[in-house]
Structures are given as structure tokens and as C-alpha cells.
Design a binder for this molecule. Sequence first.
Ligand code: KG4
Ligand code: ZN
Length: 390
Amino acid sequence: MITAETVQVNHCSTKVTGGVGFLIKSWPTNPSPQTRPRFMLILGIETSCDETGVALLDDERGLLAHALYSQVEVHADYGGVVPELASRDHVRKLLPLCDQVLADAGKSRADIEGIAYTAGPGLVGALMVGGSVAHALGYALDIPVLGVHHMEGHLLAPMLEDNPPAFPFVALLVSGGHTQLVRVDAIGEYEMLGESVDDAAGEAFDKAAKMLGLDYPGGPRVAALAENGREGRYRFPRPMTDRPGLDFSFSGLKTFTLNTVNAAKEAGEFDEQVKADIALAFEAAVVDTLTIKCRRALEQTGCKRLVIAGGVSANKRLRAGLEKMTAKLGGSVFYARPEFCTDNGAMIAYAGAQRLRKGQKDGERIVAVPRWPMDSLPSVNEPRANGLVD
Ligand code: KG4
Ligand code: ZN
């Protein structure tokens, strides 16, 4: 039974209200650990930003069901995610989505054997919703719960596909909040090779979209508009490719885009065709920049396998550019199906399953970490029973 109204988040107290406890009281408890089947059934919960994602993963048979509710319409009028609205919408949608996923998989609450939720990085109020539900459920069912790292979830999403990449590999993580190149030797064994010194690639797409009068999230909309663009009409810079190193910077590209848009407006040329031309020039610049840095990272590490993950990895031009580049190096590129590139519960269930099955789990504290460097994570092989945060 969950009655406590106060939970600890990194030593801060946070009030949790609403019907969470009431719903959980009626849920049956799980079989004891001794009678559990050999393979775990993991519930994955993602609530770090503006998507409520839930999935049920059988550690042996794979993904059984998943569901996603996008808050895009909730935030549409504001041109970006409003944290308080995001938290409230997660509260409304999370438990119904859990029930939907269980029903779709033909399972009951009592079948769940472990719970993985996104503990960070992300919006703290939104994270708290997933963490509260995960811990309340785990307590009621007497099963292990683990707060997982959102970017590790993205990183491992391609493992849900046929022909998953073997370790080691280089990963390009490109989302709304992160642009990182990482050498991955095993789960939790990460060496940060480079990252953005300012805007993330997805953020740059979103800002360019706004300048072009497109709605949030801008990435897919810029990509769609670019389909009608004329090659060579504009040429945008490829930032930080003229010097060694694996870091990125996208803020100069943003300024260049703004200047181009303003010049076109002043010339009275800012019509649909010119917008498409700018979208194409912008997209090509981002893709080229990412491709150049990925090639360098592969050459530097001697790895042949490149994994791309995060929302921007759904971009078709990026996939094509990286396919071409890795083929030339005699390597290959791995990515998830588009719906698992952006935020989802399946990637959280998968990442959590790998660690839960090794005995890693949270203590009694709900973990919500807005900023959390991925290379501070412990290896999957390091025994831990107090969660992944030191
Ligand atoms: O991984 P994600 O769903 O959320 C974060 O963890 O941030 O990534 C969202 C980002 C947004 O900036 C969105 O514009 C971008 O991914 N994105 C794309 C595409 N699909 C999503 N960017 C370029 N092309 C796409 N097809
Ligand atoms: Zn994400």
C-alpha cells in the first residue's frame, strides 16, 4: 500500500498528490522471487519530456507491447515544451497507458517482474511522475525498480532491432538536448569523444523551423520541407569541421540561418520555394557536419560500427549520409526504427532490463536527476543495489 505523501529526490522533499496511491492499493502482489519464471517481464516508463511512453519487454522474447502518447498539441501554442503542463499531462496519461500496454500484451499487473523508469536527464517534474508511479508500483508488487539514464535508453534502442550492433562501437547521440559522440565498450562503459559546446542538433532543427514559420518539434517538418528544396541555391557553413577534434557547435549555423531568412524577407523573396531551399541548405549542413565528425571518430577509435540514436537519427538524409560514409570505410551503421529514435518506453524497458537482470536496482528513493552525465554511469557488470546515481 502506498500512503506516503512525501518522497525524496536527491535529498529534496517533493509532494506527490493525486490518485497514484489509490490505484495501486488494489493491484495484486507478484509471486515471490523463488517462484518467478527464469526470464523477466519488464515495464518501461518514459516521462522525461513531452512524451509519455510505456512498454512491456520480455527479457527473452523481446518487446511484447508499447504505447506512446505525444504532448505535441499541448505545447503547440507555446513554441516549445512548458514543463508544468508536461508534468500534468504525464499524470493524466501514464497509468491508462500502463493498463493499455498490459492489455495489449495479454498480461496482468501481477505478471510484471521489474520496472525501469527514466530517472534523467530531463524536466524534474516530468521525471517525478514516472519515478513516482514506478516506485509505487514496485513497492506494491514487491519487485525491483531501476531509474535509468534517458540517453543510455536512446543509445541502446537499436538493440531492439534485428541485427543489433556488437560491442565495441561508436555512437552518435543526437536528440533535442544532446549531441554526443561516445565510444561504447559495453553497457555503462562509455568514453565521451566529443559533444556540442552550445545547441544540440535537434535544438538547432527546432530553432531553424521556428525561423521558417514551422511548428514544434521542427526536425521532421524541416526535413519534409527540405524535400522540395533546390540543391545549390544556398550553401551554409559546416561548423568546426575545419579544425581537429570531435566537438560540435550549432549556434553559428542558427545565426547564419536567421541572417539568410532575414535577407530573403528584405528582398521580398521569402516564398515557399525559398523556405524549402533554406531548409535543404540547413539540413545538408547539419548532416555533413555530423558525418565528418563521425568519420573522424571511427578513424580515431578504429571501430567499424557506428550507432546513431536520438530523435535526429530518424532523419533520412542523415541516415543516407552515414550509410555512404561507413560503407567507404568498410563499416556499417545501425539505427532504430523511426518510432524508437524519438522518446519511447521500449528503449527504457530495454536499458533497464540489461541492468535489472544483473541485480542493479534502486534503493527506496525515487531518483530524478535533471542533469546527469552519461559517462558517470556504472558498468552493467558492477554490482549495485542502490541505483545508478552515486
Ligand atoms: O530524442 P528526442 O525525441 O527527445 C530528446 O531526448 O530530446 O529528440 C527530439 C528531437 C527534436 O529536436 C526533433 O526536432 C528532432 O529530435 N527530430 C528530428 C527528426 N525527428 C525528430 N530532427 C531532424 N529530422 C528528423 N526527422
Ligand atoms: Zn530523448
